[in-house]
Write a protein that binds this ligand. Structure first.
Ligand SMILES: Nc1ncnc2c1ncn2[C@@H]1O[C@H](COP(=O)(O)OP(=O)(O)OP(=O)(O)O)[C@@H](O)[C@H]1O
Ligand SMILES: [Mg+2]
Length: 301
């Protein structure tokens, strides 16, 4: 798994290998991209907990903060980034395996300033790549590291090999969970696998669909205690996202909530988390009274 993780890290232009490929390929990098992009994988144990919404809306928030962001939809075959964006790409990541298809052909300059590479949908899930296929993907994708300051990778859920490869290859991992016991159990399974295989551990939790901050704190405390006790791995929390009907509405309209409802509590949570990603600030978003009333009386949920 280590070798695969290394080649994937090279594939998306991660920091460590960047300097290696720089000397061997003699690429003339401009200042500012010398370290390559910061690669952040968004993952979860249980499916449907909010990864794609977090990824896309975080990309918009980081873009608004002046970062060059690229989203790589790595939920191969079941990709949803374009669905959430209301966009459509003709070609996707796996098309790069074909002769004559280059990065320009798969790189989408999507709406709301989100640049992304689709993982394709309606195609069979990618089996493990062969060595030649990995080399080909790596060579064609290597320039992504220069095109972006931050690469956000939306992975599939669970412990599949492709998912593990991506999370082990990333500089940072955001593990999304909801407070449901099933989601927590599955999140713990990811933490366990990550603690076993990651050479440099850097995993933070995002608790989605909470009703108040206390609920998020409770979830984080549970996972932190279990992680420290059984995995000997300290974990941190990046933040939380309130249960908010704006999310479901925006998915239905195929317009990310950060663009459609920037004042919604979910959007404010994402903005606060983007600040945490960039400046390490602690997030503090309150639902507020209006939000509280909306939550209680909004029957469109
Ligand atoms: N904060 C939230 N408030 C209310 N509903 C939410 C919230 N976050 C997510 N949802 C609901 O959960 C659904 C699934 O979200 P999303 O597609 O982002 O999950 P996912 O983890 O990417 O799923 P998959 O594992 O299938 O890729 C959304 O369409 C929305 O209806
Ligand atoms: Mg998804």
């Amino acid at each position: 798994m280590g070798d695969q993780a290394q080649s994937l890290r090279q594939l998306v232009g991660g920091k460590t290998e960047y300097s290696v490929s720089r000397s061997s390929d003699n690429i003339n990098l401009q200042s500012g991209s010398l370290l390559g992009a910061r690669v952040i994988a968004v993952t979860s144990g249980k499916g449907g907990v909010g990864k794609t919404n977090l990824t896309v809306n975080m990309a918009i928030a980081l873009g608004m903060a002046g970062q060059r962001v690229l989203v790589l939809d790595a939920d191969l075959g079941m990709a949803n980034v374009d669905v959430i964006l209301g966009s459509r790409s003709k070609k996707h990541l796996l098309n790069l395996l074909e002769d004559g298809v280059e990065l320009e052909d798969v790189l989408m300059y999507g709406p709301y300033g989100v640049n992304y590479i689709s993982g394709g949908s309606g195609i069979e899930k990618a089996a493990d790549f062969t060595y030649e296929e990995r080399q080909r993907l790596m060579q064609k994708l290597s320039r992504c590291g220069q095109l972006a300051d931050i690469i956000l990778i939306d992975t599939g859920a669970g412990l599949g090999k492709n998912v593990m490869d991506f999370i082990l290859a990333a500089d940072e991992v955001l593990l999304v969970t909801t407070p449901e016991p099933t989601a927590l159990t599955d999140a713990y399974a990811v933490m366990k696998a990550y603690s076993m295989y990651a050479t440099q551990q850097n995993l933070r939790l995002v608790v989605n669909r909470v009703y108040d901050e206390a609920e998020s704190r409770e979830v984080v405390a549970k996972l932190q205690q279990t992680s420290e006790r059984f995995l000997n791995m300290p974990i941190d929390c990046l933040g939380y996202i309130f249960e908010d009907s704006a999310v479901m509405r925006s998915v239905r309209r195929q317009t990310p909530f950060l663009a459609a409802q920037p004042g919604s509590v979910a959007a404010r949570c994402i903005q606060a988390m983007a600040n945490s990603v960039l400046y390490g600030s602690r997030m503090k978003v309150k639902r507020g009274w209006k939000g509280f009333l909306r939550q209680i009386f909004d029957f469109s949920r």
